[in-house]
Write a protein that binds this ligand. Structure first.
Ligand SMILES: [Mg+2]
Length: 232
């Protein structure tokens, strides 16, 4: 009855609670670099401004207009500039701090481990992520996710980022899976759902970000991870 053999999970905002983990890192970063004394109003507002800048830079990075190094430097440099702090050295240090500290955070969405535990008995499971290699492995190791997954496909290793269909083709090849017996589970309407559509892979859209417009037509959609055990 069940046609699926391989489950491909996205990591950030699907399993690993990116926003909770990031907010925590930002609070520590704000204290560590004594940003209040430098005139940065308060951490929540600072984080909001950073997010806007980061999003635009990620778009540029996805289109290969800037490098990973540019992205990590510019998101802090530009955020500081909003407070008329023109300090490249500080931005570099903050970027390094962020990349080192944020993947050590371990908040997962509710019921993540128990859901993966159940599915692990029935399926071969893999990760397919656009995140940076060096941080994705640390996140998975620290939050107890590593043991569930067979192949970990990063955009860096594949050479393409979701929604490019070539990262999905690469993932299928690495896993030794056919598209018909595979399904993706992800939060991002464009990267995960649209991307999987391009190769004809079924999708479960996990709606962890309620702000995204509901234009997406996924094979299945759920509000919480634990609901996927009713589908699979
Ligand atoms: Mg995601």
């Amino acid at each position: 009855m069940n046609k699926y053999k391989h489950l491909f999970f996205d990591l950030d905002r699907t399993l690993w609670d990116f926003d909770t983990n990031n907010t925590e890192t930002f609070r520590e970063l704000y204290a560590h670099f004594q940003l209040e004394a430098l005139g940065v109003e308060e951490v929540t507002a600072f984080y909001k401004k950073y997010q806007k800048i980061n999003l635009a830079l990620w778009d540029a990075y996805k289109k290969a207009e800037i490098t990973k190094k540019d992205l990590n430097f510019q998101r802090f440099y530009q955020s500081l500039l909003l407070y008329t702090i023109d300090n490249a050295e500080l931005a570099t240090l903050m970027g390094a701090y962020y990349v080192k500290e944020s993947p050590l955070k371990t908040h997962l969405y509710p019921h993540t481990l128990e859901t993966l535990e159940k599915l692990h008995r029935k399926y071969q499971m893999h990760i397919i992520t656009n995140g940076f290699d060096e941080v994705q492995y640390i996140k998975m190791e620290n939050s107890g996710l590593m043991r569930f997954f067979d192949k970990i496909i990063t955009s860096e290793a594949a050479g393409y980022k979701k929604p490019d269909k070539r990262i999905f083709e690469y993932a299928l090849q690495q896993a030794g899976a056919t598209v018909q017996e595979s399904i993706i589970i992800g939060d991002d309407p464009e990267a995960d759902i649209y991307g999987a559509c391009l190769v004809g892979m079924d999708q479960i859209w996990v709606k962890h970000l309620p702000l995204k417009p509901e234009l997406t037509r996924a094979t299945y959609s759920v509000n919480e991870l634990k609901e996927i055990t009713a589908i699979l």
